[in-house]
Design a protein around this ligand. Structure first.
Ligand SMILES: Cc1cc2nc3c(=O)[nH]c(=O)nc-3n(C[C@H](O)[C@H](O)[C@H](O)COP(=O)(O)O)c2cc1C
Length: 220
């Protein structure tokens, strides 16, 4: 394997092709942005880089607010559509069959069908060249309760998260580890494996029991 050197380019991948909703509930707009990410944990700062020509750029400058909606496979077509049509002359919510929903803090709408929506208030706008970077503080996060597990943690493993890499869309595959697993002690790993197998057999027992009950009630 030999690495060849190319000229500088935006080759970082994967990135989230996020749906950026903006405007108001009365006049909502949404665009796709893959140039978005996290800057700081506390305060929670994020950014989205938007070309000056985009209608959303004008709207976000006017209101100082936007929402980052996490994309999923179910939203894949909407993601592409909102990235090729402008809201200047189209209602993209209607066109893409997605639903604007009020947020808790900002006036911009969130997208009902997205599992996680980050409400953002712009702190600073910097023009870098092709794109203007909107640096913003996350003022609230709205999470679909279908993805909150029994430990009250957010588990998006079944959400079908969407990724974008060099012009193509992908879904995220199998969960292969958790934060810090590469340095975990063997004993901790063994304990976790035992706990998981206990959980599995408990689920199996409950499924078998449930199946039997169902059969019995079916006879009646
Ligand atoms: C996958 C994907 C990623 C995109 N990422 C960005 C981006 O990060 N910044 C940007 O300015 N435009 C991006 N675009 C293009 C805009 O979404 C597109 O121009 C859109 O029509 C703008 O909508 P608006 O005029 O309603 O704001 C992307 C498009 C796609 C399909």
């Amino acid at each position: 394997m030999t690495k060849i050197t190319w000229k500088p380019g935006t080759m970082l991948a994967p990135v989230p092709p996020a749906l950026i909703s903006c405007g108001t509930m009365e006049k909502p707009n949404v665009m796709t942005a893959a140039w978005t990410g996290i800057i700081c944990s506390d305060p929670t700062l994020v950014y989205v880089s938007i070309r000056p020509s985009r209608f959303s750029n004008t709207l976000i400058r006017e209101t100082g607010e936007f929402v980052i909606n996490v994309p999923t496979i179910a939203l894949a077509k909407a993601v592409d559509l909102c990235g090729v049509k402008s809201g200047r002359n189209t209602d993209k919510f209607k066109l893409a069959h997605i639903t604007p929903e009020p947020c808790s803090v900002v006036s911009a709408p969130q997208i009902k069908e997205s599992p996680v929506s980050l409400e953002c208030k712009v702190k600073n706008i910097t023009s870098y060249g092709t794109h203007d970077m909107f640096l913003a503080e996350v003022v609230a996060v709205n999470v679909d309760d279908a993805y909150i597990n029994s430990a009250q943690a957010l588990d998006l493993s079944k959400a079908g998260l969407l990724a974008y890499a060099h012009g193509f869309y992908y879904t995220l595959g199998k969960k292969i580890g958790k934060f810090g697993w590469s340095v975990e002690k063997k004993s901790t790993k063994r304990k976790r494996a035992a706990r998981l197998s206990q959980q599995k057999s408990a689920t199996l027992t409950s499924v078998r029991k449930h199946g039997k009950i169902k059969k019995e009630s079916g006879k009646k």
